[in-house]
Design a protein around this ligand. Structure first.
Ligand code: ADP
Ligand code: MG
Length: 299
């Protein structure tokens, strides 16, 4: 079985650190030599756009889903080994887009990159539920606050209904001195605790600097935790400890100078027209619709 390479980064509550996790997990994987695409599926927002220099007529995921552009047109190089597909900001265009087309976008990116991370919006709607079932696994992001943990249950439920799997929990903005037991929180959700990301003022500063935290302050507590998360998910050897004996190719040390750049990976010559290999695609849209209907009727 091939290992998981497409992750949805999701949460029940907004503002808990999904975009921070997507950008920094992605960059940490890229620093370890993996080729990574991060995708802003939060169609109503434009979070990742902060890391890409876009002009009003730049091509975005919106244009791809509207059938007006190719995935490559909406792919922007962030740094070595990592590209972003920003969502775009034109709310008026939103009605014209087809979230179902996301399946094709993911399938194409999957064939080009080692890892694809989908930054998913919070809440219950078609574009938040679809990626939960599309990904190989969902990384659930939450702060330790009761309201956020409670909302996480909804996302776990929606993921199951969308036919997806939750890989585990990433607790963000944790306070080392707190008396909350983080493993207990994960236990209560019946999830594996993948990592805790401590509160770190550099997280916000890095956003203003337009630089991912793991590059902005690589030895800070949050950046270090994001590198551990990357190692855990990818089975990369880190600090001499292998998380996964089956770790695949390309486990060079960090700070390598891999000759394959993200630009190469995103270049037109790599567009080989691979067709989607998944056989169970046709029913997914129905699954998503019924998952949304069921979730809404719960309230
Ligand atoms: P989401 O994408 O879930 O809405 P963000 O990643 O945008 O959340 O994070 C929300 C806010 O929290 C941002 O201002 C971000 O800089 C801040 N933040 C995220 N992670 C941390 C952290 N570990 N320490 C301190 N602030 C953080
Ligand atoms: Mg976000």
């Amino acid at each position: 079985m091939s290992h998981e390479t497409v992750y949805s980064i999701a949460s029940g509550k907004g503002g808990v650190g999904k975009t921070t996790t997507t950008v920094n997990l992605g960059t940490a994987l890229a620093q370890a030599g993996k080729r990574v695409a991060i995708v802003d599926v939060d169609l109503g927002m434009a979070n990742l756009a902060g890391f890409v220099s876009l002009t009003p007529d730049s091509t975005t995921l919106h244009d791809v889903l509207a059938g007006n552009a190719s995935v490559e047109d909406a792919t922007y190089r962030l740094a070595e080994n990592i590209v972003a597909v920003p969502s775009g900001i034109g709310l008026d265009e939103y009605a014209e887009t087809s979230p179902e087309g996301l399946r094709e976008v993911v399938s194409e990116l999957r064939s080009t990159y080692d890892y694809v991370l989908l930054d998913v919006g919070a809440g219950i709607s078609h574009e938040t539920v679809l990626p939960l079932g599309l990904a190989d696994a969902v990384v659930l992001v939450s702060t330790p606050e009761p309201a956020a943990i409670q909302d996480s249950r909804k996302t776990i439920e929606l993921t199951a209904r969308a036919g997806g799997t939750v890989a585990g929990l990433v607790l963000t903005r944790t306070h080392p001195g707190s008396d909350i037991s983080h493993p207990d929180l994960a236990d209560r959700l019946d999830l594996q605790l993948l990592e805790t990301i401590p509160e770190d003022s550099a997280a916000r500063e890095s956003v203003y600097a337009g630089t991912p935290l793991v590059a902005y302050e690589p030895n800070g507590p949050a950046a270090t935790a994001y590198r551990h998360l990357a190692a855990e998910l990818a089975g990369i050897e880190l600090d001499g400890t292998a998380d996964d004996p089956d770790a695949d190719d390309n486990t060079d040390d960090n700070d390598n100078t891999d000759t394959t750049t993200a630009e190469d990976a995103a270049g037109s010559e790599t567009e080989d027209g691979n067709s989607p290999e998944s056989a169970d695609e046709t029913s997914a849209t129905d699954d998503v619709s019924s998952a949304i209907t069921e979730a809404e009727s719960d309230h």
